[in-house]
Unconditional design. Sequence first.
Length: 399
Amino acid sequence: MTERAPLSRKLSAIAESATLKVDAKAKALQAAGRPVVSYAAGEPDFATPQFIVDAAAAALRDPANFRYTPAAGLPVLREAIAAKTLRDSGLEVSPAQIVVTNGGKQAVYQAFQAVVNPGDEVLLPAPYWTTYPEAVRLADGIPVEVFAGAEQDYKVTVEQLEAARTPRTTALVFVSPSNPTGSVYTLEETRAIGEWAVEHGIWIISDEIYQNLVYEGVKATSIVEAVPEGAGQTILVNGVAKTYAMTGWRLGWMVGPADAIKLAANLQSHLSSNVNNVAQRAAVAALNGPQDEAEGFRQAFDRRRRLIVSELSKIDGVVVPNPLGAFYVYPDVRGLLGREWAGSIPTTSLELADLILDQAEVAVVPGEAFGPSGYLRLSYALGDDALLEGVQRLQRLFA
């Protein structure tokens, strides 16, 4: 009997999402009755605003939503996205330059598929969201990490990018505000990076899903607003998940030059066709409706941000840069490594995260998921009481 043909080598090399893995483990422990506080998931704890839910309920009563619709998205939603892109990113686009996707993650995947060829190098500032390098590899590209530590507020410089550039460099990932660090590039920093990319003809994949979650009067300047001439080689990725507490609705989009967007639309026509029409109608309501509840979410995140930064900073050996966007804090915990805690001596942030879960019943994501060891990501998108309880457990563990 002939042996079965092997599985895909490409997919076999892809790792499971580390953040989802830690979150699943935390939820399993909670379901088993353990009082685990989880900082793992990048997911708002708020309910989706009622007017958005009402729009979805109304969509369920319209038989037009029970049929196939354009693979690139409902025209009314693409118009709403175009208006949002002009409003928040300073870029005027036509609906034809937009593809609506099943969450921002699909937009990231399709962006790399559209601009990366086998062997192309993609510059990936680190710390990075765990999906980016895998999405690059799925496009047969090579992710090239460019690391910036806490002393740089986790923001790379043009000099670092230039040192990593080779003749095979095709694209750059730019994320501001950042997942996992919460760092926000200034206008001047954004402009410098954008001008550098334009000078060298490098594609920019700019993830803007956290652009409305900024604090202390900071603005997350879009790279196409800072460098308008770069719009012809930039793909913007965005979605409703974070701003409107709509993670489970799976509604994202990509915006870019017509030729690149056409390729992504062709891919999607074979991959998934149109996104769920009810979710699309809900997204129209989110983007075009009142923004006061979303602003309330942002203010709550700001309060939690200040609390977690203050409390983590009380732990000797922990360095906590002040995050100005998103809903993550990314402490440098190298000062805790190589020391004995509860009878163990962790030497990596992976070992430290395991120790924290075992001894304090707190779930955090180790830095290895986002780049070098020595860091932890904590999401503060959870209830105030749980947030404080979790940090106090860490304070007791590392006292």
